[in-house]
Ligand binder design. Structure first.
Ligand code: C2E
Ligand code: C2E
Length: 173
C-alpha cells in the first residue's frame, strides 16, 4: 500500500512531485504564507529545444535528460522547497519564505548548472519564469498564470534566461 501511495504522489520518471501533489502542497504553503505574512515565489521552468533531443537522439536520451535536470533541482534546492513536474519538459517549483531577489539568485544558480551539464549539447538549456506572492498574485492559479507568462517572455526573448512577472505593490495590501 505504501508503494501505491508513493507512486500516486510522485512523478515516476523524475522522482519529483506530480502536478496534483504539487498543487495540494502549495495550497498549504500559500495559506501559511498568508497567515504568517511571508513571501513565497512560484517558478516555472521549461527545457529549451527538448523536442530536438527526442527527435534526433530518441526518447531514451530525452528521458535521461529529464532525469538529470530533475537531479539538478533536487540537489540545489533546500529540503523545504517544493519541486514538481508540470508535464512534458516543464517543471514547477515553490520557494516558501523566499523573496524575489533571493529566488532569482537560486534560479540563476540552477540555470547555470543545467547549461554546464549539457554544454556539449548546447541547445539543452532552461527558460524560467518567476512570480512572487503577494505582488504578482495571491492565488495559486494567478501565480501559475503569471509565472507562465514570464516563462513565455524568457522563451521569446532568446531562451536560456529568467524573467520575473511584474510585482504590484498595491496587490500586497
Ligand atoms: P546565497 O547562496 O547567496 O543565498 C542568499 C539567500 O538566498 C539565502 O540567505 C536564502 O535566503 C536564499 N536561498 C539561497 N538558496 C536557497 C534555496 O535553495 N532555497 C531557498 N528557499 N532559499 C535559498 P541565507 O539563508 O541567509 O544564506 C546565506 C548564505 O549562506 C547563502 O548565500 C550561502 O552562501 C550560505 N548557505 C546557506 N545555506 C546553504 C546551503 O545549504 N548550502 C550552501 N552551499 N550554502 C548555504
Ligand atoms: P538543504 O538546506 O536541503 O539544501 C540542499 C542543497 O541546496 C544544498 O546542498 C545546496 O546545494 C543548495 N542550497 C540550499 N541553500 C542554499 C544557499 O543558501 N546557497 C547556495 N549556494 N546553495 C544552497 P549542500 O550545500 O550540500 O548542503 C546540504 C545540507 O547541509 C543542506 O540541505 C542544509 O541542511 C545543510 N547546510 C549546508 N550549509 C548550510 C548553512 O550555511 N546553514 C544551514 N543552516 N544549513 C546548511
Amino acid at each position: 500500500l505504501n508503494m501505491l501511495l508513493q507512486f500516486s504522489r510522485i512523478d515516476s520518471m523524475t522522482g519529483l512531485y506530480n502536478l496534483c501533489t504539487f498543487q495540494s502542497v502549495m495550497e498549504k504553503e500559500l495559506a501559511l504564507a498568508k497567515r504568517n505574512g511571508k513571501p513565497l515565489v512560484l517558478i516555472m521552468a521549461d527545457l529549451d529545444n527538448f523536442k530536438t533531443v527526442n527527435d534526433s537522439e530518441g526518447h531514451q536520451s530525452g528521458d535521461d535528460v529529464l532525469r538529470q535536470v530533475a537531479e539538478v533541482f533536487s540537489e540545489n534546492l533546500r529540503a523545504m522547497d517544493i519541486a514538481g513536474r508540470y508535464g512534458g519538459d516543464e517543471f514547477i517549483f515553490g520557494l516558501p519564505e523566499t523573496d524575489i531577489s533571493s529566488a532569482i539568485e537560486i534560479t540563476e544558480r540552477i540555470r547555470e548548472k543545467v547549461e554546464a551539464i549539457f554544454s556539449d549539447r548546447s541547445a539543452t538549456t532552461l527558460s524560467i519564469g518567476l512570480a512572487s506572492y503577494p505582488g504578482a498574485g495571491r492565488s495559486l492559479e494567478t501565480l501559475i498564470t503569471a509565472a507562465d507568462k514570464a516563462l513565455y517572455e524568457a522563451k521569446s526573448t532568446g531562451k536560456n534566461r529568467l524573467k520575473a512577472a511584474p510585482s504590484y505593490p498595491w496587490a500586497e495590501k
